[in-house]
Design a protein around this ligand. Structure first.
Ligand code: UDP
Ligand code: MG
Length: 326
């Protein structure tokens, strides 16, 4: 049986882009030659986008569904809402501003069918402001280092996921989330393909500078509590250095006399640094607790069970009795 496809698009004040988005995505979806659906999630738009989405859903029964959020929940939460209502075996996400060509959907789906759980995409010749490209480069490098998953473009939301991975993501209860990082947690095989990238068709980016910073913190904290641990290491470093500094002062004091040591002022510094370092260690220790609390309140499932082979104990006895009575 051919796998069905759900395309999920978050929409936030994208009125001017919607007609073109619908036209191109419908064409791409129909070209897949298999059951598919388009889920348009309105993320609390105030420009009439939601009415347009409703109209599209009514005009394309069986193909287009509109999900309207009551207020702005953020791009990633809007996508999760789409995931929760999607019925396809393969789920594809796409931006509404036509920066990602919908025509690439077919290639993403084909990659999943090769056996990958997650297919990312790398924007070739990315058409965004220079500061965003440099910033992204740094963030991507950091994510690669700390997750060990070699993907090059976490910001690109033209992606495909196997249903199993999406279902696991949906069980995560955390409020701030970054979908591509979350997906890596559950996927066994991840790959990426190069895709084209266009300038935003109309309107301006829905991410203000502050919202962008906030998104980066979502990415960082959904991935690691490393920054908290860093505090302890910095503290240990400062304390250790101050002990060495103290020892050096002691030696120099005997070599050059009390006059040289500024009547003990330097020694005070050594003592001060020791305590400054100790404070960082204490903060870092607190961070370890905060990090764990953060982990617990997220209530992420600890594992994703693939299948069960063989039965044991009670089950076996039950089978045995049914077999003998049969
Ligand atoms: N978006 C959303 N909610 C938000 C911000 C953005 O649903 O709070 C959608 C937006 O409509 C678009 C996608 O997320 O479909 C990516 O946003 P945008 O193109 O503004 O981001 P950029 O390309 O500048 O990173
Ligand atoms: Mg965009």
């Amino acid at each position: 049986m051919t796998a069905s496809v759900s395309v999920v698009v978050p929409v936030f004040n994208e009125r001017e882009n919607l007609p073109e988005l619908l036209r191109r995505t419908l064409a791409a979806g129909r070209a897949l030659g298999r059951p598919w659906e388009l889920l348009l999630v309105d993320d609390g738009s105030r420009d009439g986008s939601s009415d347009m989405l409703t109209e599209y859903a009514n005009a394309n029964p069986g193909e287009v569904k509109a999900l309207l959020l009551y207020r702005n929940a953020g791009q990633h939460n809007a996508i999760l809402c789409g995931f929760a209502h999607a019925q396809g075996d393969i789920l594809v996400t796409l931006d509404a501003d036509l920066q990602n060509p919908p025509e690439e959907i077919g290639r993403l789906v084909a990659k999943i069918e090769e056996g990958f759980d997650v297919v990312g995409s790398v924007r070739q010749d990315r058409q965004d402001a220079a500061f965003r490209k440099i910033f992204s480069g740094m963030v991507n490098l950091m994510v690669r280092r700390s997750t060990g998953v070699i993907l090059h473009d976490y910001g690109c939301m033209l992606r495909a996921y196997r249903r199993k991975v999406v279902e696991a993501m949906l069980t995560c209860r955390e409020r701030s989330t970054f979908i591509p990082v979350l997906a890596n947690l559950f996927a066994r095989r991840v790959t990426e393909i190069p895709v084209g990238h266009a300038e935003r068709a109309a309107g301006t980016s829905k991410y203000s500078f502050l919202k962008l910073i906030n998104l980066q913190f979502d990415l960082l904290t959904s991935m690691t509590s490393g920054p908290l641990r860093l505090l302890s290491w910095v503290g240990l470093g400062i304390s250790a250095a101050s002990v060495l500094f103290g020892a050096l002062l002691l030696v120099l004091r005997f070599a050059y006399g009390a006059e040289w040591a500024g009547q003990g002022v330097f020694t005070l510094f050594a003592v001060l640094f020791f305590f400054v370092g100790a404070q960082f260690v204490a903060l870092g220790l607190m961070g370890e607790y905060v990090g764990r609390i953060h982990g617990d309140v997220r209530e992420r499932p600890r594992y994703l069970l693939d299948r069960v082979v063989g039965d044991t104990l009670g089950e076996r006895a039950a089978h045995a009795t049914t077999r003998t009575t049969a």
